[in-house]
Design a binder for this molecule. Structure first.
Ligand code: HEC
Ligand code: HEC
Length: 75
């Protein structure tokens, strides 16, 4: 099946671009007393998250699934 092969190649390219271009920023600050990410990172917050976060409806418990604590920041 030629079509299936093409789909697989396109998916591979998409994943690569997503990894290279949309690099997930790590969390530069400690999480001490900062568990409620949305207080500061909502679209109206002081460091707003990207629009697509709101569209996906990410909650406070979802953030660390993608964003890792930076190695310098203490927990
Ligand atoms: C009290 C406000 C506050 C809370 C709560 C908070 N942050 Fe932050 N965050 C900041 C500020 C201010 C910055 C800007 C960098 C700095 O000065 O530390 C930042 C930066 C970031 C960045 C880097 C953004 C970039 O452009 O590189 C990420 C990612 C992030 N925070 C994720 C989180 C996550 C995930 C949580 C919840 C576990 C969270 N933050 C909770 C204030 C907050
Ligand atoms: C599915 C993975 C995923 C989840 C879940 C997620 N993020 Fe992100 N986030 C990303 C990626 C990828 C980027 C960088 C690409 C971009 O800016 O669009 C990013 C960027 C950011 C930035 C930097 C924005 C900027 O302009 O520099 C902040 C702040 C942030 N996220 C906060 C959060 C918070 C708070 C949550 C939880 C409510 C969250 N993220 C949930 C993947 C995720």
């Amino acid at each position: 099946m030629k079509k299936a092969g093409l789909v697989i190649i396109l998916l591979g390219v998409f994943t690569l671009v997503a990894l290279l271009v949309f690099r997930i920023p790590s969390i530069p600050h400690s999480l001490e007393g900062k568990k409620k990410c949305i207080t500061c990172h909502s679209r109206q917050g002081m460091v707003p998250y990207p629009k697509w976060h709101e569209k996906h409806g990410y909650g406070n418990d979802d953030c660390t699934g993608c964003h890792q604590l930076a190695s310098g920041a203490t927990e």
